[in-house]
Every structure is written in structure tokens, then in C-alpha cells.
Design a protein around this ligand. Structure first.
Ligand code: ADP
Length: 672
């Protein structure tokens, strides 16, 4: 090899005995020409004397030459790569095979190959010369075969990296929370693209040397950033700030080398990038080994892969810096890493599967235990339910029967059926009657609630004039209204509303609402009940009063069971908190809804909308009356039975309740 340029150097007869003896592939930096830019020539003379005519079909294979060259055989120019001055163009990546023309060998028994190399001062720190790949002179067929075979591992690896990327992306798509699979997919993709850019296959994609180099740098520079992004979370570690900065620098550099024109930035940053990579690789390796030592299930397998990358990376850095003269092996390092990752991920998969199996078994066991517990609890509940039913039956028997038996004679006594009684005694009897009715009402409400809760309350729908029915219920409050000097009004539009409804339920709904209105409306107030039929299959009943109203705070709770809104209630207002919850449940059972509008100090309005129900076939009022226990029918019935007490009003039922007269009297115990 010789520096300088002389056209004579291609001449096979030229005497090159004084030239420097070199081995290729190697950059000329190794032979004391570090940093040399300009021309240099390489020559080799091979004897072809013993070759047959067939064997003389020769070719020369050229690996990578920095930065451009021309090749001559026996003084014949075969071609070259890139362009030499005066109009130079760098292109040091492409492998080429040149067939030697027959006439080049015709006059000489020897083959003298001369390569005229030019190195630009612009290109990278790796020095010039025939620096990488294989440089061969041989039979054309043999060389072509060799070239094809040498590309097989590369293509297999590129394919493998792509496959890994697709596989991991697929895993990530199924489980988005497994971010490390996404990052490993990106790493695989990056390594695949980088390997492609390092291979000769890239020339099948595009021809521009500069563009291909820029891409290669991009994929190389971004690699450690992706690696960190993948590895740290995989080991359940938080990425430290220094590494975050390093990642950012890598990503920025990767973008910059692509957007800046030419390879100026690339060749000036690669050395620094490699230097910065060394501590990162060592640190990663250290961390993974540490994790493996501490028993991380995946770290051991990964450590082997990272070790391979570390060795390969150090080798290539050494090659770039002319410290080593081995081939570049980084893609084999990556391959080892990918394999280790694949093993580690499949280990992980198996482990997770095992854990899942265990979990399933534990779960099954727990479900079994819980089922037994539940069955036990259910048995207890059933027992409790039976006890409760018995309890309510007892209440009905033990309280209601004696109460009714008390109320009847009391009413008779007060009515004077057993002779005139003294006014003082009469007063005492009235107190006794009021309180007995109060207890009876409470018990009836409790029983209703219990029946509603147990789903045992069934409604019996019948066709009838709802307006007339409500008029009667309202009329029952007339005497009470008189005594409290309350203006009680009733309007209905239209006059007659033929509707299908449950009489008991409507009684209880209306009674409770009017009863509350009386409780919370002071003397000289106003209560009025209005009925309307907005369409043919629904009616609206509104109960308005000018009472104390309900504040915003308690309004949302008034339909809750046992809720009593107002504090400092008078004896008369004191209740049980059952009334409205019973109203709501009955209305809903009747396929309707209840609303309230109220303002503290200005009164309240409760509106009930009932929807038309299907009439129960063959149900007749008489049958129903007969079939039901009189006591179970509720408080209204019990209040209306027997002779009227003092102050009670007798009212005729108005038109048609199956032509049966209903006489309702409200002589409520609370309102003395
Ligand atoms: P109670 O038996 O206590 O009356 P309710 O369920 O019937 O139980 O009513 C719950 C609460 O709703 C009452 O304690 C009262 O605070 C309020 N409330 C009900 N109706 C009226 C009304 N017309 N005016 C003012 N407050 C009312």
C-alpha cells in the first residue's frame, strides 16, 4: 500500500516492492496513517499460471472501502464505488463483485489487482482503506456463491428481529397494561431496521448512500433509550433522572442526525455516543446481575443476553476505534439478547400461568367455603324469617284482637249504649279510645310494611269511580276539619273518573297524605285535594296544605322509612315515620309515582300519579271482602267500623262503589 496518487500504480509492471505491506480488511490507521486523507493505492499480484481456461473466469469481490475507489486488474479499469476527485462522492458501504474481462488476463500469466482509494477529510473517524468485509479474488461462481451464503445469517437475523417485534406487539395489544412488551417490540423493530441498514439489502430499498447512513445512525442512537425504557420497568425499577437525561439526549441526537444535511454531525457524534454507551451498558449489566442475585425471576436469563450485547458492543466500539481487528458482531449480540428475552418472557408466561392455576384453585376453594357459609346463613335467615312471620302473626293476634275488643266496647260506652255516663268518665274513656286507635293504626302500618317487604302484598284491581271513592275518604275528615277550623276542599276534573285501581291502596295513600296535612297545618289553615285525569290511563291526586312546609334539608328523606323530619314536634304531630314510606311503596306497587313540592313556612303539595292497571279477571268486591280477614284490611276499615264516636260525621258514599255504601269516619286518636 502506498500514499499518494499516480496512474502508473495500476500498471502490472510497476515495481511496488518498496510499498508498505498491509493486511486487509483493516483501516490504514493501523499502519501509521491515522487521520490521513487523500489518495492511497493498494496492490496485490497473484500468479495465475497454473489456472485452466475455465478457472480463469475470475472476479474480484470488494468489501467496504472508505471513502471511494477505483479497481484495476492488469491495468484495466474494472469500475469502482463512489466518486473520486475532482468531483468526489463518499460511498463506503457497498459490497461489489467485479468480473475480470478475459483480455485483461490475455497478455500476462499473473493477475495484478490495484485499488485506487480516496479518503475525504469530511468522513468519520474510522480511517480510510479497505476496512471491512471480504476482499477476494477468485473464480466468479465461487465468489457469487460465497456472497450469497454470507448474506444468509444477516437475512435470518433481520427476519427474526421483525418476528419478535410482531409477536410482542401482539402480546401488548391483548394486554395494554404490559407496557414492557410494547417497548420490547419497539426495540426488536429498531434492531431489525438497524440490521437492515447495516446490510447490503438496504440497496434494494433505496440507492442513496447518505440517506441509508442517516437511517442507520437514527436506529443506532435511539436504541439505548428504548432499551432503558423497556428494561427498567421489567425489573420493577424507576428510571433514574440521569438515565432519563441520557434517554432524552439519545432521542434528540437521533432526530438531529436525520434532519441535518450530510454526515457531518453523524461522524462527529458517533465517538461520543459510543463513549457514553459504555457506562450505560456496564450499569445495566450491573443492575440486572444485582437483580438476578436478589432472586428476580427473569433477571438471570436477561443477564446472559445483556452480557452478549455488552461483549458485542465493546467489540464493535473497539473495531471502530481500530483497537480490535475482528468483524463487527453487534447483530449477533442482539440476536443473543432477543433469544434470552424470548426465553425470559416464555418463563414469565409459564410462571403467570402457574400463578393463575394456583389462584383458580384457591378461588374455587374459597367459593366452596363461601357457598357453605352462605347456605348456613341462608338456613339461619329462613329460620329468622319464619320467626318473624310467626311474630307478626302473633302481633296480629295478641295485640289487634284485644285492641279491637277494647275499642268496640269503648265506643259503645261513649255512645251511651249502656246508659248515660258522667262527663268526667266520658273524657277518660275518650282518651282510652284515642290511644287504643293510635296503637292499632301503628300496628296496621307495621303489618302493611312487613307485607310489602316480604312481597306478600298483592293488589286487587277493580273498575270503579275513583273520584267518588276519593270524595268519600276526604269527607271522612270533615268533622276533624271543623274542629281544627281548617278549610278542607275537594275538587275533581272530570266529575267522574272511571279507573281501575285497588281501593285499599288508594285509601291508605290518600288517608296518610291528608292525615299528614292535618298534622302539619295549624288552625285556620287550608287543605285541599284535587283529582285530575291527564289522560285516559292515568290519574293525578294532589294533596296541598298551607302548613309548616318542609325545609330543603329534610325534603329528600321524608320518604325514608322511620324518618321524622321536623324537630320539636307537638304531641299531635309526633308520628312513627312510616306513613310516607308506606305511601311511596303502595304508589309504586300500583305502577305510579309520588312527588313532593314544599317550602318551609308556606305549605306542601304531595302529588301522586297512578297508572291504570289491568283488571283482575273475576274479582268481585264481595268475594274480596269475604276472603280477607277484616283486621288485615287496615286501619281505615277498623276506624270506620262500629258506631261513630263523638264529633264523628256520617256521610253517604255518593255514587256507586259497586252500589255498596261506605261510611267512613275519621275520629283520629291524635287529634283530640
Ligand atoms: P310521620 O308518622 O312522622 O308523619 P311520615 O312518613 O308520614 O311520618 O312523614 C315523614 C316526615 O315528613 C314527617 O315527620 C314530617 O317531618 C314530614 N311531612 C310529611 N308530610 C308533611 C306535610 N304535609 N307538611 C310538613 N311536613 C310533612
Amino acid at each position: 500500500m502506498n500514499k499518494g496518487d499516480n496512474s502508473e500504480y495500476s500498471n502490472p509492471l510497476y515495481d511496488d516492492s518498496k510499498w508498505l505491506e498491509v493486511r486487509i480488511p483493516n483501516s490504514w490507521a493501523r499502519y501509521g496513517l491515522k487521520g490521513y486523507s487523500g489518495f492511497a493505492w493498494y496492490r496485490i499480484k497473484v500468479s495465475a499460471k497454473s489456472l485452466t481456461a475455465y478457472q480463469r473466469q475470475l472476479s474480484v469481490s470488494m468489501g467496504k472501502v472508505s471513502d471511494s475507489y477505483e479497481i484495476y486488474v492488469n491495468g484495466y479499469l474494472l469500475g469502482g464505488n463512489g466518486k473520486l476527485p475532482p468531483d468526489p462522492a463518499i460511498d463506503y458501504d457497498r459490497h461489489k463483485t467485479y468480473p475480470v474481462p478475459v483480455n485483461a488476463l490475455a497478455d500476462s500469466p499473473d493477475v495484478t489487482v490495484a485499488v485506487r482509494v480516496w479518503k475525504s477529510s469530511e468522513s468519520g473517524p474510522s480511517d480510510g482503506g479497505l476496512f471491512e468485509g471480504s476482499f477476494l479474488l477468485g473464480q466468479t461462481v465461487v465468489l457469487v456463491q460465497k456472497e450469497i451464503l454470507s448474506s444468509v445469517p444477516e437475512i435470518v437475523l433481520i427476519f427474526l428481529f421483525f418476528l419478535v417485534a410482531i409477536n410482542q406487539i401482539q402480546l401488548y395489544r391483548r394486554r395494554h397494561e404490559l407496557k414492557e412488551y410494547l417497548w420490547f417490540a419497539l426495540l426488536g423493530l429498531d434492531v431489525a431496521l438497524y440490521s437492515l441498514m447495516r446490510s447490503q439489502f438496504k440497496y434494494h430499498l433505496f440507492n442513496s448512500f447518505i440517506l441509508s447512513k442517516e437511517m442507520e445512525y437514527l436506529f443506532l442512537y435511539i436504541q439505548p433509550a428504548i432499551f432503558i425504557q423497556f428494561m427498567w420497568p421489567l425489573l420493577n425499577k424507576k428510571i433514574p433522572l440521569t438515565l432519563r437525561i441520557y434517554q432524552f439526549a439519545c432521542a434528540t441526537l437521533a432526530v438531529l442526525v436525520v434532519v441535518t444535511p450530510g454526515l457531518w454531525l453523524n461522524v462527529r457524534t458517533i465517538g461520543w455516543w459510543e463513549l457514553a454507551l459504555i457506562p450505560v451498558i456496564f450499569f445495566s449489566f450491573y443492575m440486572i446481575v444485582w437483580e438476578a442475585w436478589n432472586g428476580h425471576p427473569e433477571a438471570r436469563t436477561i443477564a446472559i443476553g445483556v452480557f452478549a450485547v455488552l461483549l458485542a458492543g465493546l467489540n464493535d466500539i473497539g473495531v471502530d476505534r481500530s483497537l480490535l481487528h475482528t468483524p463487527r458482531v453487534i447483530h449477533f449480540g442482539f440476536a443473543a439478547f432477543v433469544v434470552s428475552m424470548a426465553i425470559s418472557l416464555s418463563n414469565r408466561f409459564t410462571r403467570i400461568h402457574k400463578e393463575l392455576d394456583l389462584l383458580r384453585q384457591t378461588l374455587e376453594k374459597r367459593v366452596e367455603e363461601r357457598t357453605t357459609d352462605l347456605e348456613e346463613a341462608n338456613r339461619k335467615l329462613n329460620k329468622l324469617d319464619q320467626m318473624r312471620t310467626r311474630f307478626f302473626a302473633n302481633i296480629s293476634h295478641e295485640f289487634r284482637t284485644p285492641l279491637t275488643l277494647t275499642i268496640g266496647p269503648l265506643e259503645n260506652l261513649i255512645a251511651g249504649q249502656h246508659g248515660e255516663i258522667q262527663p268526667s268518665l266520658k273524657g277518660m274513656l275518650e282518651i282510652a279510645l284515642r290511644n287504643s286507635r293510635k296503637i292499632l293504626r301503628f300496628i296496621n302500618q307495621l303489618l302493611d310494611l312487613s307485607r310489602l317487604e316480604g312481597g306478600r302484598m298483592t293488589l286487587h284491581y277493580e273498575r270503579g269511580d275513583l273520584a267518588a271513592y276519593c270524595r268519600q275518604t276526604v269527607a271522612a275528615f270533615t268533622s276533624l276539619a271543623e274542629r281544627k277550623q281548617i278549610d278542607l276542599g275537594f275538587t275533581t276534573e272530570p266529575e267522574e273518573i272511571i279507573f281501575i285501581f285497588d281501593r285499599d291502596a288508594v285509601d291508605k295513600i290518600l288517608y296518610n297524605l291528608i292525615y299528614n296535612a292535618f298534622k302539619f297545618t295549624p288552625e285556620k289553615g287550608k287543605i285541599w285535594i284535587s283529582l285530575s285525569a291527564p289522560n285516559s290511563d292515568s290519574v293525578e291526586i294532589a294533596v296541598k296544605d298551607t302548613g309548616i312546609g318542609i325545609s330543603k334539608e329534610i325534603l329528600p328523606h321524608i320518604f325514608d322509612r322511620f324518618y321524622q323530619g321536623h324537630e320539636r314536634l307537638t304531641d299531635e304531630q309526633e308520628g312513627t315515620g312510616i306513613g310516607l314510606s308506606l305511601v311511596k311503596e303502595l304508589v309504586e306497587l300500583h305502577g305510579g309515582e309520588v312527588h313532593v313540592e314544599s317550602q318551609a313556612g308556606f305549605g306542601s303539595m304531595f302529588s301522586v300519579r297512578l297508572r291504570m292497571q289491568a283488571e283482575a279477571p273475576g274479582v268481585k268486591q264481595e268475594n274480596r271482602e269475604k276472603g280477607r280477614d277484616d283486621f288485615e284490611r287496615g286501619w281505615l276499615k277498623s276506624l270506620s267500623s262500629g258506631p261513630a264516636g263523638p264529633g264523628a260525621a256520617e256521610l253517604s258514599s255518593g255514587p256507586g262503589q259497586n252500589n255498596k255504601e261506605r261510611i267512613l269516619v275519621v275520629e283520629d286518636p291524635s287529634f283530640g
